[in-house]
Design a protein around this ligand. Structure first.
Ligand SMILES: [Zn+2]
Length: 407
């Protein structure tokens, strides 16, 4: 970690904090958790009652929200601002950048541009803050966590040994990264490959049902998908909206039996979009290994995806001719807020490794982002190198050549 980055600027949370002692990131996390809770309540109500109501318009408000609003009220009092009036005031503010609120929140510059709500939908920033904070009051009900639990269960049911379970996990995890849209014919193939079932229902089917929605379309269907990441794209969008994806809308015809499956929003955001940076690193690492082999480098580089059932996103093994080997572990992150990532990143101690890396998606890794992140990690997380996609792969190549005596 570079000390020049860490010391660079008198900006960010510590500098902006208005001196009340309240941690404004916690306030924002509470409001976001409250909004998620309201969203879940609304879904439950819709299932029970039918017609949809607007966010915050009915029922008792969640405790996280109440606490968040109370904290806003205290902050406003300390800043001698007469705000907020009522909950609708705050909900309306959630649709505007946090930096434009009537009170000053001690947030990093990049986070001050973020909103919590886009219309009635949670923003990426809000959803990530809830996920990163591990809010127990909503966690079990979040679709992304249910999908993760089903990934584990499906893998375990379809393997007899640890290796088989791990292999099944990697296949299913990559299915979510590679296929935001699946034909029902693909699902049938996947069930044939992984037939384990509980009470006659294949686990794979359960997983697909939790992560995707079925769109009836027997025969063939013409879709408009990103030509790079595969996400569905509405007209008139031409460029893919996923951060860091260079793709454009392209027509694709999909053959079906009865219909096709489309990932729900949470799966798309937390499993597909978040997995794209992992997938880029996997491809880069494999290309590097092939290049080194072609150059006759005596050190063999091998990639392991999602080792120990996703304890880390990946590991690189550098094996010398005498069979001795070194291991680098990496986690790849594409998180909107550097501060929230830094506050919540806690690298697992296992497995044994020579080095551990937090690899930032290239499109996030600006000097300001790294400064915010390293400020939060400083003193709390040790033994982690923060880097970006390009630098990580370059370092891996240099390391292999050095080990092989070809630096
Ligand atoms: Zn895309």
């Amino acid at each position: 970690m570079s000390s020049t980055l860490r010391d660079s600027a008198p900006r960010g949370p510590a500098a902006a904090r208005p001196g009340l002692g309240l941690d404004d990131y916690q306030t924002v996390e509470l409001l976001a958790a409250g909004l998620v809770r309201m969203h879940l309540n609304r879904q439950h109500a819709r299932q029970r009652l039918g017609p949809e109501d607007r966010i915050g318009s009915s029922g008792a408000l969640p405790r996280a929200w109440r606490t968040g609003v109370t904290r806003l009220w205290w902050t406003a009092l300390a800043q001698q601002v007469n705000w907020p009036g009522d909950d609708l005031d705050v909900i309306s503010a959630c649709r505007h950048p946090l930096g434009s609120w009537p009170i000053r929140l001690g947030l990093a510059e990049g986070d001050r541009e973020q909103v919590l709500l886009e219309g009635d939908d949670l923003s990426e920033f809000a959803e990530q803050s809830v996920a990163l904070a591990g809010r127990q009051d909503v966690e079990a009900e979040l679709v992304e966590n249910r999908v993760f639990a089903l990934l584990m269960a499906t893998s375990q049911a379809n393997g007899r040994t640890l290796q088989e379970i791990q292999a099944a996990y990697v296949t299913l995890r990559l299915l979510l990264v590679h296929h935001p849209v699946l034909s029902d014919l693909d699902v049938i193939k996947q069930v044939q490959a992984m037939p384990a079932a509980a009470e006659g229902e294949p686990y794979v089917k359960d997983l697909v049902r939790a992560a995707y929605r079925l769109q009836p379309a027997p025969g063939t269907v013409a879709l408009r998908l990103c030509d790079h990441c595969g996400n569905p794209m509405a007209t008139p969008l031409v460029r893919c909206q996923v951060a860091g994806c260079p793709g454009r809308a392209a027509p694709r015809t999909v053959r079906t039996l009865e219909g096709y499956w489309v990932q729900n929003r949470a799966t798309r955001r937390f499993h597909h979009d978040a997995g794209l940076v992992e997938e880029r690193l996997f491809r880069g690492a494999e290309a590097l290994a092939a290049q080194l082999a072609e150059d006759g480098c005596p050190v063999q580089v091998t990639l392991e995806r999602y080792p120990l059932m996703d304890t880390w996103d990946g590991s690189l093994h550098f094996t010398r001719g005498d069979g001795t080997s070194q291991c680098w572990l990496f986690d790849a992150k594409d998180t909107v807020s550097a501060t929230l990532l830094g506050r919540c990143f806690s690298p697992p101690p296992e497995p044994e490794a020579t080095r551990r890396f937090l690899v930032l998606a290239q499109h996030r890794a600006t000097p300001a982002y790294r400064a915010d992140l390293e400020r939060e990690l400083h003193g709390r997380v040790r033994g982690i190198t923060v880097t970006d996609e390009t630098a990580f792969l370059r370092q891996a190549g240099q390391h292999a050549r050095r080990l092989g005596g070809r630096a």
